[in-house]
Design a binder for this molecule. Structure first.
Ligand code: EPZ
Length: 425
């Protein structure tokens, strides 16, 4: 098992390029199941989650090949077994978005309920409610969702809102199933995340009829069949936001290339409010911070609000602000595994329910810490680059799920990160 050795403090300067989006690529890989034939996902990020999803597609009968240039070809001519195994779903919850495509393509599906998650309890009840509203018969059996739609799915008016607002993968699942349902479906309280918009654009390229894209009200006119896609997914806004926070926490200056500022308005607004400059530049932006970091309040919300996937990284950044900040996690109320680890690095954090008071300290101090989930581990890398001394981060496989070889991307701009074998495990 790998671990990171990080020397700090460093100052990041130079250019770094953002990869394609993991969270856009995964549901688009599932969309390949909707149409028999060869689909091509261009420029897919090289991440363990992408490999696991490729395995899921192979298990159901697709032929999946990854080319040297990162393009992934998914031949879904044959679906032999419409089953999503527990062994895959327990590793990667996003596998759940194979359910809708399998159901509408094969008339039935058997997909494991996703397992537990470090960021909190994540039910899929809204996914199932939406698919039932399209006419699917669904029951649970031995931890598996067993869904039947042998008589086909029927368009309907569906409210997809939940206790924390919209659901990203729930919208993806129901939207994909509705593309081949009889009649028209209206999804109210649909998620508006750029990744959902990217999926809808890809589906329309395959011949679907979706309108209202990017709004909470999607209208999907069912069609008889779809064509395979050749599609390039959007840049990863969460990776871009992570690099922005890295520039700020190291008082550096980064030219972040292949980054769509329009997908990050809430994040840019927060950065500017704490004294970080963000200037659009050449299909990307320049993020710089030389002096004081001001405190602020952050409330995570569905898009276009502040993304929960940047909450941990901004907590690390605000740990060095001059004053008290308040962070309220409204999407995953228990998403705080990084607090204890940041506190080991001398951050001053007080948690009350899903609210954390971050009292800025003069400096962070290096320590051995443990990664627990993807974004928490990104926050520890940021803290390690700003801290005095040598930080060791264990279980970096968490970070490989969503950041491609992050040390090879940050070391050229001034980081000192070494990947080592963790002999203690
Ligand atoms: C997606 O997860 C992302 N994952 C997550 O990113 C991201 O944190 C999340 O959206 C929110 O933006 C992928 O795209 C692969 P939700 P998803 O359904 O779709 C509740 C990362 O770091 N809910 O929008 O699973 C749920 O518990 C990952 O890359 C229900 O109650 O999230 C949560 O509180 C982590 N019932 C809220 O809704 C349901 O049926 C939003 O979850 C579904 C969701």
């Amino acid at each position: 098992m790998d671990m990171f050795r990080i020397e700090g403090p460093v100052r990041l300067t130079g250019a770094v390029t953002v990869n394609s989006s993991k969270n856009a690529a995964l549901p688009i890989m599932a969309a390949a199941v909707l149409s028999p034939g060869k689909s091509v996902l261009k420029g897919a990020p090289r991440l363990s989650d992408i490999s696991v999803f490729s395995q899921l597609l192979s298990d159901i009968g697709c032929k999946v090949t990854t080319q040297a240039d990162g393009n992934i070809t998914i031949d879904s001519t044959t679906i032999s077994e419409p089953v999503g195994e527990y062994d895959i779903l327990r590793k990667m919850r996003a596998g759940i978005c194979i359910l809708g495509p399998l159901l509408v393509r094969c008339g039935k599906a058997r997909v494991s309920m996703p397992g537990g998650c470090a960021i909190g309890y994540r039910p899929v009840d809204i996914h199932l409610r939406g698919l039932r509203d399209l006419g699917a018969q669904i029951h649970l059996e031995n931890g598996y969702i067993v869904a039947d739609a042998t008589r086909g799915l029927r368009g309907n008016e569906i409210f997809l809102g939940g206790p924390y607002g919209s659901t990203v993968l729930g919208t993806a699942n129901v939207m994909m199933a509705a593309t081949l349902a009889k009649g028209t479906t209206v999804i109210e309280s649909a998620a508006c995340e750029p990744e959902v918009t990217d999926l809808a654009n890809c589906l329309n390229k395959m011949g679907a009829k979706i309108t209202g894209i990017g709004s909470p009200r999607l209208i999907i006119e069912g069609v008889k069949q779809l064509q395979p896609f050749e599609y390039e997914v959007i840049p990863d806004r969460i990776e871009a936001g992570t690099f922005m926070a890295a520039a700020a926490i190291t008082r550096g200056c980064l030219h972040i290339q292949n980054c769509r500022l329009g997908d990050l308005m809430a994040v840019v607004d927060k950065l500017r409010s704490i004294g970080v400059t963000v200037e659009a530049e050449n299909g990307g932006c320049i993020v710089a911070c030389s002096g004081r970091i001001n405190p602020t309040d952050i409330i995570t919300q569905p898009y276009p609000g502040f993304p929960t996937d940047l909450q941990a990284q901004f907590m690390a950044l605000l740990a060095l602000a001059e004053g008290n900040s308040i962070i309220i996690e409204k999407i995953f109320p228990d998403r705080f595994m990084h607090i204890a680890e940041l506190a080991r690095m001398a951050a001053d954090l007080r948690k009350e329910g899903s609210t954390v008071i971050v009292s800025g300290v003069k400096k962070l101090i290096a320590a051995p810490v443990m990664a627990s989930d993807l974004r928490a581990s990104a926050a520890l890398v940021l803290a390690g680059m700003a801290a005095d001394g040598t930080t060791f981060i264990k279980r970096v496989y968490h970070i490989d799920r969503g950041y491609e070889r992050i040390e090879e991307r940050l070391n050229p701009v001034g980081a000192k990160i070494t990947r080592e074998n963790d002999s203690t495990v």
